[in-house]
Design a protein around this ligand. Structure first.
Ligand code: AMP
Ligand code: GLY
Length: 453
């Protein structure tokens, strides 16, 4: 099987790594890929935004399957273009990717499908903001959640205890011509569940947890994700089944009824709140950095699974998973997420891998044959072990061996998980932050160029 993977990040490196473990090993191509992917696949100099170039390349290579990694080309219609050209594509159409591209539309779909999510109000008129906030947070006793509707560079989500800050964020989105979604605050730990969909059938992958905030103890600004782990020993038994029945299947069915088949990964971002499971957000693709841990645990072959989904022939049977635990520690560049210093030499990858971890490239480039940083999230250092404590130790010890001037990484990924405890609600310490930094909870375009929120 000949597979073309579109993208250049850690997610795409992890997808290629897992595909390269299939038997028989598929012939792998990537556009544009990165220096890590280049060790597993033939990389082609076609940008993620170059949809014409992707179709041309798929034709030239006569691939059997195209896997579109990032959200931006999906929302722009990459999968539609490739499908029109006759290729089997794993990734939703632009119409289906609106689940990620428009938060208000995602809310409409969830409401129609009866999917549990935060109550919300969509606002386009500044005069309606105050009343909208009162509706979603009537007592004003929990943080305010304001979201830009679209893939909004730098203006994504603000979670703040300060009403004035929520109003200011919402007003600035409206002033820029955008739409705002005001949401009820969700407490409780977050879980990412990726579901493979073929437009009709759904197969869940293993749940994982992402660590969105920049610093240990869930301090600092939101990022694209600073680490992840799987399995989650603390999730209630039956969670995956519950999410399948109350979230994934109804959503896929609602879209199918609207003639918008969802083919690809339905990423269910969930909060396990005191009142039950709620959807925080949908994404229309594999998550990064969770993919690095989820696919590492997948025993069933990946290529045939994605091809079956692309062809509408997904079989709803459970996949095989390793009992091993996997922990991913992201090495981020100095300044990330506000900005990212790039162009610095990276050392220590061989030493980290000799320590038993493997290193996924996210934001790297070759300059005169030397590996240098080229994005906000630079590497994922992934440890695998018999349990989370062992996997964590491997990942962290290996992360310490990476040399990149000014870089930072979290040291608390999966600490609580290793004790069988859920992570805390990542916005639990919001009140402290509101005092420290007016901008502390902004998410948006990460310096790795990936739109968040
Ligand atoms: P999103 O980009 O929608 O995933 O939001 C980024 C982060 O903001 C999420 O991972 C949550 O930590 C936080 N967040 C988003 N929506 C809510 C909500 N309704 N209540 C509490 N926290 C939220
Ligand atoms: N890990 C969060 C995301 O991929 O959006």
């Amino acid at each position: 099987m000949k597979i073309l993977v579109i993208g250049s990040g850690g997610r795409e490196h992890a997808i290629c790594r897992r595909l390269s473990h299939d038997s028989p090993v598929p012939e792998l191509h990537a556009a544009p890929g990165n220096p890590g992917i280049a060790q597993l696949a033939t990389c082609h100099d076609v940008a993620v935004s170059d949809l014409d170039g992707q179709v041309r390349l798929a034709r030239e290579l006569a691939v059997d399957l195209v896997v579109v990694g990032p959200e931006a080309p999906l929302v722009a219609g990459a999968a539609d273009r490739l499908r029109e050209a006759g290729f089997a594509v794993f990734g939703p159409s632009a119409a289906a990717a609106r689940l990620e591209g428009s938060k208000s539309w995602a809310k409409e779909i969830m409401q129609a499908a009866g999917v549990p999510t935060a109550a919300s109000v969509t606002v386009t008129d500044p005069a309606e903001l105050e009343a909208g906030l009162d509706r979603v947070n009537p007592l004003g006793d929990v943080p305010y959640v304001t979201k830009a509707d679209g893939l909004a560079a730098g203006k994504g989500v603000v979670v703040t205890a300060e009403r004035a800050e929520a109003l200011a964020h919402a007003a600035s989105v409206l002033a820029a011509g955008g739409t705002v979604v005001l949401e009820e605050y969700l407490d409780g730990p977050e879980v990412s569940l990726f579901c493979v969909c073929d437009g009709e059938h759904v197969v869940p992958l293993a749940p994982a947890q992402d660590f969105k905030r920049a610093l240990d103890g869930d301090e600092g600004p939101n990022t694209g994700g600073m680490g992840a782990y799987s399995p989650l020993p603390w999730v209630p038994e039956g969670l995956v089944e519950e999410v399948m029945e109350t979230v994934a299947r109804p959503t896929v069915a609602e879209l199918a009824a609207r003639d918008i088949p969802f083919v690809g990964i339905l990423y269910c971002g969930l909060a396990l709140t005191s009142r039950g499971v709620r959807v925080v957000e949908f994404n229309a693709r594999f998550g990064d950095p969770e993919t690095q841990v989820v696919l590492e645990r997948l025993v069933s072959p990946l290529g045939p699974l994605l091809l079956a989904a692309a062809r509408g022939e997904l079989v709803e049977e459970p996949l095989a998973w390793s009992e091993d635990a996997v922990v991913n520690v992201v090495i981020a560049a100095e300044g990330y997420p506000a900005s990212a210093r790039t162009g610095d030499p990276i050392t220590g990858i061989a030493e980290a891998e000799a320590r038993g971890a493997h290193v996924i490239h996210a934001g790297t480039a070759l300059r005169d044959g030397e590996l240098v940083s080229a994005g906000g999230r630079v590497l994922s250092v992934v440890g695998r072990g018999a349990d989370l404590a062992a996997a964590r130790q491997t990942a962290l010890a290996a992360a310490e061996l990476i040399g990149l001037e000014g870089s930072h990484h979290r040291t608390d990924i999966a600490v609580r998980g290793a004790q069988g405890l859920p992570s805390l609600n990542p916005t639990a310490n919001i009140e402290d932050d509101a005092e420290e930094s007016a901008d502390a909870q902004s998410s948006g375009t990460g310096a790795d160029g990936q739109v968040r929120a």
